[in-house]
Design a protein around this ligand. Structure first.
Ligand code: CIR
Length: 255
């Protein structure tokens, strides 16, 4: 069970963040309302919220997931792959230092937390435009003594590994069709998978917290498939985050 979630409010400059989405500019007031609903949904899962203010000069900083990988034993502060986001990690380290021993990804490693998917003792690391092999190796060395196995996965499309695959129940992944190419059968063989419905790609980033699935609103067929898991599902409108390539996992660090 998770007991904490770190979140950061979007700033007025959120439209200055990086995006490849062609969904238009995000609206600040709407983004704030949607973020408040997201935080409320997290509260309802039973976690305590550590809420941070916007970080001046860092319009992507509310995507806090990217700057840390937190396990029960340790928190790894990443080195974000996008130059404009480097510095966000400095602001998160003191918050996590109150809860975990801290380790750091160092140059030449670059890593975004959105590329790291922890399933039990397996730590899948997407090798993407943001996360490189050097960082995956550093993480492997940090975690092997703790009993984890780091498995690099090539991210062929989408921003991060978790743009296309995420946990939706114990040992169960929600997987977009496009993500399957990067996985060997062996890596997935011990896991149950649910496929994202055709045409519902942005449903692929859902968040499983304390026996509840938080998913983006507007993806009825994927919702229907997830109902088979018999896990309560909470739909949230995250249209403004999606305009900036964000989703459900990106906006919190759970531990
Ligand atoms: C970026 O490009 O870095 C942000 N606009 C979106 C980050 C989304 N983060 C995530 O999926 N973990």
């Amino acid at each position: 069970m998770y007991t904490h979630a770190i979140v950061r409010r979007p700033g007025r400059d959120l439209a200055d963040g990086i995006t490849t989405a062609k969904l238009g500019a995000p609206d600040y007031e709407r983004a704030l309302r949607q973020h408040a609903c997201y935080v409320h949904a997290l509260v309802e899962t039973g976690v305590g919220i550590l809420a941070l203010d916007p970080l001046p000069g860092y319009p992507d900083a509310y995507f806090v997931e990217d700057v840390a990988v937190v396990l029960p034993e340790v928190a790894v502060i990443t080195r974000p792959g996008a130059a404009s986001r480097r510095g966000e990690e400095v602001a998160i380290a003191p918050v996590l230092a109150r809860h975990r021993p801290i380790l750091h990804i160092v140059p030449p490693g670059t890593m975004d937390g959105g590329d790291v998917l922890v399933v039990g003792q397996s730590v899948f690391v997407g090798i993407s435009s943001r996360t490189n092999e050097a960082a995956a190796q550093q993480l492997s060395i940090m975690l092997e003594g703790l009993g984890y196995r780091v498995v690099p996965i090539s991210v062929a499309t989408g921003l991060h590994l978790k743009s296309s695959v995420c946990t939706v129940a114990e040992n169960t992944l929600l997987v977009a069709h496009r993500a399957r190419t990067g996985w060997s059968g062996e890596a997935l063989s011990h896991l149950r998978t649910v496929s994202v419905a055709d045409g519902e790609q942005d449903a692929a980033n859902a968040l499983f917290v304390n026996d509840r699935i938080l998913m983006a609103a507007g993806f009825p067929e994927t919702h229907r498939r997830l109902e088979a898991l018999a896990v309560p599902i909470v739909e949230l409108d995250v249209s403004e985050a999606r305009k900036m390539d964000g989703g459900l996992t990106c906006m919190s660090i759970r531990f």
